[in-house]
Design a protein. Structure first.
Length: 129
């Protein structure tokens, strides 16, 4: 059987690293993109602590679930994003490359405001109930 080339062209990452730092993107050409955050860098740990949490990868997943809920409501998508975090690294990934890049900017923007972070954490809790 002859080798058949993959028809999917390599994707372009249009989000600049400085727009989402300290989060960073890892491409898995041509199929998926991951957004990661190293937990040991302590990003927004003080905010999580004020909200009664620790800033663990599980806390980040909870926050991002709230952001995803809003994203899906505004973009009529469901199950676009998946988590693959461990103790040291928060990770959300998707085969929907552009959607993940948009989500990465939403997550980073949410981190600039403690009230917004709290709102997304609460949205995630309500969705689970």
């Amino acid at each position: 059987m002859p080798w058949i080339p993959d028809p999917r062209p390599p994707f372009k990452i249009w989000v600049k690293p400085e727009q989402i730092a300290p989060f960073f993107l890892i491409p898995h050409h041509p199929y998926a993109l991951s957004l990661l955050l190293k937990i040991n860098n302590g990003f927004r740990t003080e905010v999580f602590r004020r909200l009664g949490l620790t800033g663990s990868s599980g806390d980040w997943e909870r926050l991002v679930r709230g952001v995803i809920q809003e994203f899906e409501e505004n973009n009529s998508g469901v199950d676009l994003f998946h988590f693959d975090s461990d103790e040291d690294v928060f990770c959300v990934y998707s085969q929907y490359i552009d959607d993940l890049m948009l989500l990465s900017k939403m997550i980073r923007a949410a981190c600039d405001n403690e009230k917004t972070m709290g709102m997304y954490l609460n949205m995630s809790e309500v969705a689970k109930a």
